[in-house]
Design a protein. Structure first.
Length: 57
């Protein structure tokens, strides 16, 4: 998922460089959404992993 966020970020930078402001804004928005979804999934799995580790001990 972070690969897609990076991809959309690069697309938005290139589109912004060439003056396609609508495409750049849409790509930047998609990159932000995917980045925050990836961070949320990471945090959820981190908490679940910590809880599972405590259950084993």
């Amino acid at each position: 998922m972070l690969k897609w966020a990076l991809f959309f970020f690069i697309v938005s930078v290139i589109a912004g460089f060439f003056g396609f402001s609508g495409v750049a804004a849409a790509s930047a928005g998609m990159a932000k959404i995917l980045f925050f979804i990836a961070i949320a999934i990471f945090l959820i799995l981190l908490v679940l992993g910590l809880l599972a580790g405590e259950a084993i001990l």
